[in-house]
Design a protein around this ligand. Structure first.
Ligand code: SAH
Length: 697
């Protein structure tokens, strides 16, 4: 069987559908899965085990047989816990075939084959009865079907179905309940992920302020959850306006309803400010008493000593539809609306002298529809991209560089997706400005957004959008002029890894015949940088586990390793490192440079060398990023922005993902006793636009 996988081609900037064997999908799924992270989550595992033991004892004390239903068994871990705790029989349901196969192996290896039946089905397909998958309904329901938003992986419909068809009334459930918490905050940093802030440009004829169109101001944005490692957000980047309150809870031991609904709480701000963001996280009680509690509460709510690092459960950032000034002590209503899979928020002010009738009226008005972007900006720019465009110090650098290269008679072409550069170039006095947004052409037409943006800033007809791919550029597009300044951030929405934005180089090559002989290309070059690091925590997601709470899960480790080595080509993976602290073990090293004043060469660009490890630590992998050289002495880094040399702590660009290449085995992770070096070979294949790399200690 063949499957088609969409993948952006960095040499054309467009999506291509590649035919892949069925193994491909499966290996991708396993290699990038969160199973390892879950198995390393000690806090979660210990508490599940405690909760399961307690549930089995309660059932036994009632003189009943303990029959367990484990929905989404994965490695079989929770069923094995139940069997060890004395359960009489476990039905372990797993929909993902490779995982169900792994669960069978792991259960057998641990000697539980007679107690655990692995069923490779979606739970809603499971049958009960003498000839069914399950002989009878279960009296203990165990699951771990939660994501950062709690319900995003379909926990509610799965529970609803299980209570109707698969478990007995009055069953025990582990976890027993979940609570979702919220806190209202003001945060310029997080709010900058939702909307475009005004941009100041000091032009020829005074200061201009570029403003977003009004549609963007009130647009509710997109429904996809914004989940982040909130523990990496310094307290100086937000200000809490309310206490932490419980928004809603779910009792998993009773019938669960998944149909859309809403919850409302009353809030009194503890401080006046601008309500912009709702931060949210959840906890689960493994038993009815609430003594076994597993919480995702961030550092300012919970003592740091008790923090368990995990990547499979983080915290959520919700953006209110619009910013609301609030006063300390005033009465507010916060509404959480949810459908089966997602949650969104709305804030309302209580009116003066509000009475019961008004409250009911409020209730009628709160069924707010799920956020759908109306202004198109949220389809063009994702949240980190909004943050990047709102980064004023970054914009200043581009402005500075533009001032250096632009002349009154400049004919500019900008090639980048959803970029403000053309507008900046115009404001700085460029005579003619055109732009191309290559990877957006096939997806949909963002022109309406641009028209609205131009209109809001009285720039109609000043900037032309060329609806053609670079290789199809015609002299008529440019009014038969040659390009004197070619611009790019560069940024393309199809880029996954940092060097995929080198598509700019390919586009530059494609438009070569349209360039004036003395053309200025901005950026004139780019460089690839590399550094060896020790991660504080991120290493866990790719590290073997061996045993988990006494159960042998090596089969899973082997499976992940096989998938990572599939086709013997290990790849770098993108991670936003501001969320994942690491320590540098080597100097940052510039490893390759790309000269945009020339066309893409036919041959490979390769480099080999070695970097000395400067401090003791575990070399978990290499981090790679791009830097763009805009003009003399003006560069922007999409990776490292600062390095504190004594300890090697790194500060990363907060808007970009960096490439992480995890070293394949634990050998590299040993503590170094004497100075050592890591040798590397890095090759940029100009035919494919991909970078292959190899490291040896
Ligand atoms: N229980 C394991 C794994 C949890 S991950 C542990 O705690 O370590 C959740 C697993 O549930 C995934 O493997 C996913 O494929 C599976 N899954 C999710 N919903 C399911 C459903 N309704 N029926 C069967 N499997 C499901």
């Amino acid at each position: 069987m063949k499957t088609f996988c969409g993948r952006a081609n960095p040499t054309t900037g467009s999506m291509e559908w590649l035919e892949e064997g069925e193994d491909y999908d499966y290996h991708q799924e396993i290699a990038r899965s969160r199973y390892a992270d879950m198995l390393h989550d000690k806090d979660r595992n210990v508490k599940y085990y405690q909760g399961i033991r307690a549930a089995v004892s309660r059932v036994k004390e009632r003189g009943e047989k303990a029959i367990v239903l484990d929905i989404g068994t994965g490695t079989g871990l929770l069923s094995m816990m139940a069997a060890s705790a004395g359960a009489d029989f476990c039905y372990a349901i797993e929909v993902f075939k490779p995982m169900a196969n792994a669960a069978v192996k792991i259960v057998e290896k641990n000697g539980f084959s007679n107690k655990i039946k692995v069923i490779n089905k979606h739970s809603t397909e499971v049958t009960v009865g003498p000839d069914g998958d399950m002989q009878c309904r279960a009296n203990i329901l165990v699951t771990e079907l939660f994501d950062t938003e709690l319900i995003g992986e379909g926990a509610l419909p799965t529970y609803e179905h299980a209570h109707k068809y698969l478990v007995q009334e009055g069953c025990e459930a582990v976890p027993h309940r979940a609570r979702v918490y919220v806190q209202l905050v003001e945060s310029k940093r997080m709010w900058s992920w939702k909307k475009l802030f005004p941009v100041r440009v000091e032009g020829e004829d005074g200061e201009k302020i570029l403003v977003p169109p009004s549609e963007m101001e009130n647009c509710p944005g997109v429904p996809s959850v914004c989940d982040i490692q909130l523990n990496q957000m310094p307290s100086s980047d937000f200000s809490t306006l309310s206490d932490v309150v419980t928004m809603f809870s779910v009792d998993f031991s009773k019938p669960v309803q998944s149909a859309s609904t809403y919850y409302r709480v009353q809030l009194e701000p503890v401080k006046s400010g601008k309500a912009q963001i709702v931060l949210s996280w959840w906890d689960i009680d493994m038993d009815p008493s609430g003594m076994i509690n597993c919480t995702m509460a961030p550092y300012w709510v919970k003592p740091t000593s008790a923090l368990q690092w995990r990547d499979h459960w983080m915290q959520c950032v919700y953006f209110l539809p619009r910013e609301e000034p609030v006063l300390q002590g005033e009465k507010l209503y916060l509404t959480a609306c949810r459908d089966e899979y997602s949650v969104w928020y709305n804030l309302q002010k209580a009116r003066e002298g509000e009475n019961k009738a008004d409250e009911e009226e409020h209730e009628a008005g709160v069924g707010v529809e799920s956020p759908v972007c109306r202004c198109r900006a949220h389809l063009l720019w994702n949240r980190p991209r909004f943050g990047e465009l709102n980064d004023q110090s970054r914009t200043r650098r581009y402005l500075e560089a533009l001032r250096e290269v632009l002349k009154a008679d400049s004919v500019c072409l900008c090639i980048s997706d959803g970029s403000l550069l053309p507008v900046l170039a115009h404001c700085l006095g460029a005579k003619q400005v055109e732009c191309m947004q290559p990877s957006r052409i096939d997806l949909y037409h963002p022109h309406e957004l641009w028209q609205a943006f131009f209109k809001a800033n009285h720039l109609e007809d000043k900037i032309k959008i060329i609806e053609a791919r670079p290789e199809l550029l015609k002299p008529s597009h440019l009014e038969d002029k040659k390009i004197s300044v070619l611009l790019g951030e560069p940024f393309f929405t199809t880029s996954l890894l940092p060097w995929h934005n080198l598509y700019f180089w390919y586009a530059r090559t494609a438009v070569s015949t349209h360039l004036a002989s003395n053309v200025t290309v901005l950026p004139h070059s780019a460089s690839l940088h590399m550094m060896i690091v020790e991660f504080q925590d991120l290493w866990r997601i790719r590290s073997p586990c061996g045993t988990c709470e006494g159960f042998d899960v090596q089969t899973m480790d082997d499976m992940i390793k096989d998938s990572l080595n599939f086709r013997e080509s290990k790849e770098a993976e993108p991670h936003p490192l501001w969320e994942y602290p690491c320590k540098s073990l080597s100097e940052p090293r510039e490893v390759l440079t790309f000269d945009f004043t020339k066309t893409v060469p036919q041959h490979w660009l390769g480099t080999e060398g070695s970097v000395k490890l400067l401090r003791k630590g575990k070399s978990h992998g290499a981090v790679l990023w791009m830097e763009y050289h805009l003009a003399a002495n003006i560069s922007v880094s999409t990776g490292l922005v600062q390095l504190s040399n004594e300890k090697g702590n790194c500060e990363w660009n907060p808007h970009c993902k960096q490439a992480v290449y995890f070293f394949s085995s634990v050998i590299e992770s040993e503590i170094l006793s004497e100075p050592t070096a890591v040798t590397y070979a890095i090759n940029f294949d100009t035919k494919t636009g991909e970078i292959a790399m190899d490291f040896k200690l």
